[in-house]
Ligand binder design. Structure first.
Ligand SMILES: CC(C)(COP(=O)(O)OP(=O)(O)OC[C@H]1O[C@@H](n2cnc3c(N)ncnc32)[C@H](O)[C@@H]1OP(=O)(O)O)[C@@H](O)C(=O)NCCC(=O)NCCS
Length: 334
């Protein structure tokens, strides 16, 4: 029981189509100023044909495997955090397995909303404690644009699509997952939920065609009490960070970079303030990609990695919050 997870490769995939706030002004009664001021979001990516959840996940996986120097046949396990798989059955993870040819792996999805990637990473870590030689593909992938109600300005402006992936194996040194704590509270499910509705594609998914307002879509998909979600997200992630750091005897000044779930720039600023972390140490992609649920953290991690923001030995904090409610925090030595 000595192993712990370390990341040996990261990758991400973003859909080609960029949906701007100005385009959203043509779809619902909103404005660039409102969206930018309330959320920090300027653009988000929208998946089109050939960019289904499992395909984006596979593209991100290829990049992570290339960086790790690991072939698909070497993979022992694939876990995908997602709430927007193509189908209820088979899992997105099985479709990824087929797509990349990971014939020796077993595969399953984790449904923990925006916390899905961190939940999956934690599960991988538990396996690696017993079998540190395993090579595990951990993915967060979402096609939220196919589920949101494009008439509901309260929600449709917030979300985007994409996928991020990591190849994880047992650490032989000091690096890797140092500590983690996951939480959920099903009593609060009604504050943020997503109906099991058929796919409904974004009106601009055909690239460039924005139909008349209210001429598409058929009712509510996301149910969200935005103010309450905001309040709980800041409070619970803040408490989770403080509890984990206290438990591990680490001060917030020791943290080199926080890579959080990207839900809202104001949530991230409030969280940083609450835990006394300089906002300069918070990595953000929300401006470009909006909230891509379970995909947002691994996309941000991959971008930070490829930009050279992550130096060997750096102490990282991953913090997530999502529907369920689910939330969690991970302390990671890069
Ligand atoms: C959704 C959120 C941005 C709304 O911001 P807010 O400051 O709480 O805004 P309010 O809910 O007070 O809405 C203010 C007004 O803006 C309106 N509004 C809502 N969406 C709008 C939009 N896209 N464009 C313009 N106006 C909008 C509301 O109808 C309301 O109007 P009213 O005062 O006439 O009733 C914010 O609550 C939030 O980010 N919550 C967390 C959501 C989240 O992160 N969910 C995923 C978690 S993983």
């Amino acid at each position: 029981m000595t192993g712990k997870a370390t990341i040996i490769g990261t990758g991400s995939y973003l859909p080609r189509h960029i949906l701007t706030n100005q385009e959203l002004e043509k779809i619902v009664d909103t404005s660039d100023d409102w969206i930018n001021t309330r959320t920090g979001i300027k653009t988000r990516r929208i998946a089109g044909a050939g960019e289904e959840t499992s395909i984006m996940a596979s593209q991100a996986a290829y990049k992570a495997m290339e960086m790790a120097g690991v072939t698909a046949l070497e993979l022992d396990m694939i876990i995908v955090g997602t709430i927007t798989p193509e189908m209820v059955m088979p899992s997105c993870a099985c479709l990824v397995q087929k797509e990349i040819g990971a014939e020796n792996a077993f595969a399953f999805d984790v449904s923990a909303a925006c916390s899905g990637f961190v939940y999956a990473l934690e599960i991988a870590d538990r396996y690696l404690k017993n079998a540190p030689d395993m090579k595990i593909l951990v993915i967060g992938a979402e096609t939220l644009s196919a589920r949101v109600d494009w008439q509901d300005r309260n929600t449709c402006v917030l979300f985007g699509d994409g996928a991020g992936a990591c190849v994880v194996t047992g650490s032989k040194a000091e690096d890797g997952l140092l500590a983690s704590q996951l939480y959920s509270d099903g009593r609060l499910w009604q504050l943020l939920s997503l109906d099991a509705v058929p796919r409904r594609y974004c009106p601009v998914v055909d690239y460039g065609t924005v139909p008349e307002r209210n001429s598409f879509c058929d009712g509510s998909a996301f149910n969200m009490v935005g103010k309450d979600v905001f309040k709980y997200a800041v409070r619970e992630m803040g408490d989770a960070v403080e509890n984990l750091l206290n438990r591990e005897g680490i001060t917030v000044n020791d943290i080199n970079l926080m890579i959080p779930h990207q839900a809202n720039i104001r949530i991230l600023k409030s969280l940083a303030e609450r835990v006394n972390l300089s906002f300069k140490k918070v990595y953000t992609t929300i401006q470009k990609y909006g909230n891509s649920s379970a995909a947002s953290l691994p996309i941000a991690l991959d971008e930070a990695n490829r930009e050279g923001r992550l130096q060997k030995g750096n102490l990282l904090l991953f913090s997530v919050f999502g529907g369920g409610f689910t939330w969690g925090v991970v302390l990671w030595r890069w």
